[in-house]
Design a binder for this molecule. Structure first.
Ligand code: EPZ
Length: 417
C-alpha cells in the first residue's frame, strides 16, 4: 500500500487539466450493456482503479473492452448476468449493472454492495423502483436475484434523491414497454450525461436534470459514441488546492457551471475565480473568511466536496459550521485533520470548524476517496512533511494526483509503503 509524502508550504502555479468524470463514466460504461454492438466512449479517466474494475466487470459479463482514453465496448455477446461480491465490495458502482442486465438479459444476480466508510449506503430504492417496473426481486445470501418476463413502464417516486438509483432505473426503463416517470429524480450533471448517451443509443428520455424524468420505452437500443464530461469534483478539489496554498493557477478542460455552489462558497471565503482562455483562473487570498456550508443533492453543495472544503475552513479566520446532510458518517477525515492541528468539534452531523493559523505535518491515514483528497490539501498547506497512508483510496477517484500537483510546483512524491 503506497504512501504520499507531501512537503507543505509551497505555492502552486501553472495549469492543471481536468480528467473525465468517474461518476459519469461508470454509468455510461454499464449503459453499453443495453445494446448489441460496439460503443465508443471518449475522455474516460482510464487510470482510475474504479474504471479498471468496471472494465473487468464488463469483460466478465462477456463484453469485449479495448482502448485507453477512448474505450470501445462491444456488448454483442453478453453471456453472463452474475456479479460476485469480490467485485462489488471493491467498487459500489458495480450495482449500476443491475438496471442494464435486467433490461437486456431479463435477469441479474448482483451482490449487495454492503456499507462503506461513509455510511450504510443501502440500495433499497433501486430495488423498489425495479419492482415497480415489473422485476421480481429476491435477496439471498447477500445477493440480489432479479428476474423479469418483461419490463413495464410505471411511475415511481424516489423517497430520497439517489444518483445511482436514478441512473439504474433510467437504464432499465429505456427498454420497458410503455412510459415511465421517475419523480424526485437526482439532477446531477452525471445523470444528465447518462440520459444524453442513452438518447444517442435511441432511448426516448426527457427531463433529465429536473424533478421528473420521463422515459418512453423502446424495443431495442443501438451502440453509440460519446465524450465523458469533466470531473466536477476533481475540479473543485484543485480549486481548493489553489485556495489553501494562496496560489494563482488555471484549471483547464473543466465546466465550472457544474459546481456553482462550490464556486459561490469559495468566493464567499475570499477566493477569486475568473475566466481563463481554456478554463478558469483561481486566486487564493492571503487570508480566508469562514463560511458555513450544508451538503445537499445537486444543485446544492456536493457531499463529495465536504471534506475538501473542511480542510480549507480549518485555516480560515473565524468559525465555520459544516453540515453533512447526505451520508451518516462522512466525517472520518476530522480526526486526521485534528492530528494536523485543526480545531474541529463534531455535534451529530455538524462539524464546528474553528480556524487556526497553521496546520502542521503528521502521519495520517486516508479512509475514503474524498477524505484522502482532504488530507492531501491540508498537507499542501501544512508546515513540514506529511505522510499519508492507504492512498489506494485516492487512486479510485484522482488520476495521477501526484503528477498533476508536482507539475503545479507541489513537493509531493509517492513511496511504496
Ligand atoms: C453517488 O453515490 C456517487 N457515486 C457518490 O460519489 C456521491 O457521494 C453520491 O452519489 C451523492 O452525490 C457514484 O455516482 C458512482 P446516493 P450513490 O444514492 O448513488 C441514500 C464519490 O466520492 N440511499 O445518491 O450511492 C444513501 O444512503 C462517491 O465519488 C438510500 O437510502 O449515492 C445516501 O444517504 C462517494 N437508499 C443518499 O441516499 C437507496 O436505495 C444519497 O445516496 C439509495 C440511496
Amino acid at each position: 500500500m503506497d504512501k504520499l509524502l507531501i512537503d507543505g508550504g509551497h505555492s502552486l502555479k501553472g495549469t492543471v487539466k481536468i480528467s473525465g468524470a468517474k461518476n459519469a463514466a461508470l454509468p455510461i460504461l454499464t449503459a453499453t450493456l443495453l445494446a448489441s454492438g460496439r460503443s465508443t466512449i471518449h475522455n474516460v479517466p482510464n487510470r482510475l482503479a474504479d474504471i479498471k474494475t468496471m472494465r473487468k466487470l464488463l469483460a466478465d459479463l462477456g463484453a469485449v473492452v479495448e482502448g485507453d482514453e477512448s474505450i470501445n465496448v462491444d456488448c454483442s455477446n453478453i453471456n453472463n448476468w452474475k456479479v460476485p461480491y469480490e467485485l462489488v465490495k471493491t467498487m459500489r458502482g458495480s450495482v449500476l449493472v443491475l438496471g442494464p442486465l435486467v433490461a437486456r438479459m431479463k435477469r441479474a444476480r448482483v451482490s449487495l454492495p454492503g456499507g462503506c466508510a461513509i455510511g450504510a449506503r443501502p440500495i433499497n430504492l433501486h430495488l423498489e423502483g425495479l419492482k415497480r417496473l415489473g422485476v421480481d426481486i429476491r435477496l439471498s445470501q447477500g445477493y440480489v436475484e432479479a428476474e423479469a418476463k418483461k419490463l413495464a413502464g410505471a411511475t415511481y417516486r424516489f423517497g430520497i434523491s439517489t444518483v445511482t438509483g436514478t441512473e439504474n432505473l433510467m437504464m432499465a426503463a429505456s427498454l420497458a414497454e410503455g412510459n415511465t416517470a421517475l419523480e424526485n429524480a437526482a439532477k446531477e450533471p452525471e445523470v444528465v450525461a447518462l440520459a444524453d448517451f442513452l438518447n444517442q443509443m435511441g432511448a426516448r428520455i426527457v427531463g433529465a436534470g429536473s424533478e421528473v424524468i420521463s422515459i418512453e420505452g423502446v424495443k431495442e437500443l443501438c451502440p453509440a459514441e460519446c465524450r465523458i464530461i469533466p470531473d466536477r469534483i476533481e475540479t473543485g478539489t484543485y480549486m481548493v488546492a489553489a485556495s489553501i496554498t494562496k496560489s494563482e493557477m488555471t484549471i483547464a478542460d473543466c465546466n465550472v457551471a457544474h459546481l456553482e455552489q462550490v464556486a459561490t462558497m469559495l468566493k464567499e471565503a475570499g477566493v477569486k475565480i475568473g475566466k481563463a482562455k481554456d478554463g478558469i483562473k483561481v486566486v487564493g487570498p492571503k487570508s480566508l473568511r469562514n463560511v458555513d456550508v450544508g451538503t445537499a443533492p445537486y444543485p446544492g453543495f456536493p457531499t463529495d466536496m465536504q471534506a475538501q472544503f473542511m480542510a480549507l475552513m480549518s485555516l480560515a479566520q473565524g468559525t465555520s459550521i459544516i453540515t453533512e446532510n447526505i451520508f451518516e458518517s462522512r466525517f472520518m477525515h476530522v480526526a486526521e485533520l485534528t492530528r494536523m492541528g485543526a480545531d474541529i468539534k463534531i455535534e451529530g452531523n455538524t462539524a464546528i470548524v474553528k480556524g487556526v493559523n497553521r496546520l502542521s505535518a503528521a502521519p495520517v491515514m486516508a479512509t475514503d476517496l474524498r477524505a484522502s483528497a482532504c488530507l492531501v490539501l491540508a498537507a499542501l498547506a501544512a508546515e513540514g512533511t506529511t505522510e499519508i497512508s492507504r492512498v489506494y483510496h485516492l487512486d479510485r477517484g484522482y488520476e495521477r494526483i501526484e503528477n498533476k500537483l508536482s507539475q503545479l510546483g507541489a513537493h509531493i512524491r509517492r513511496v511504496p509503503a
